[in-house]
Design a binder for this molecule. Sequence first.
Ligand code: 16G
Length: 240
Amino acid sequence: MIDKQSPIPIYFQIEELIKKQIADGILKPGEALPSEREFADMYGISRMTVRQGINNLVQQKKLYREKGRGTFVSWPKIEQPLSKMTSFTEDMKSRNMEPGSKLLSFKTTKADEPIAKVLAVEEGTPIYAIKRVRLADELPIALERTYIACELAPHLTADTLNHSLYSYFERTCGYSISDAEQTIAAVLADEEDARWLTVPAGSPLLAIRRQTRLEDNRVLEAVYSHYRGDRYHFVTKMVR
Ligand code: 16G
């Protein structure tokens, strides 16, 4: 509720009220906010005051505006620690989000020179080339291209790829995934990224390359992913 007698500025009270409604799930990500006029009428305050509160939340990226459409609740950013090696499925589950995959292509091909190098196999070795969109609560988060030497998973099927790959490797194949080397860089969405990640072409993305190894030192996968920059950020703890 808004307390007009309070020394706390009304625009700030509006900010807190909207933030609480977001935290309580009354206002959900992607949902439109009532108009400034509706807010003003609801609480008997001026539109200018409502606008000031909303502007502050837009600046804090809690809300976003779309020209001609209104003001909407932003999606919270997914925070991923860089200290532990996890799968996409584990990442989403630990945040109470439903992980999902949309398999775009699954082919057997021959490793070209750069992929062969990362997978530590001879050029021309049969490999799987997999393209998946990874989803969190049905929203696209990443476009993932995965390369795996066929001999490591001769029975891999398209159906498996709709579920967790790491779980398949560990539970079905009995492999011990040991560690990974990962690089992160900034890129702009091309047409294909834009289509699958439902962002405008040219949007900022995080390009992540991962080379994953098994305990016996064989390379399990080479993965090239594009994560939505507005949905994901990485957190790392450092000691000095
Ligand atoms: C993550 C990994 C990817 C791995 C996938 C397995 C990054 C950048 N990449 O997306 O290398 O293949 O998890 O996920 O974190 P899954 O077990 O859910 O299929």
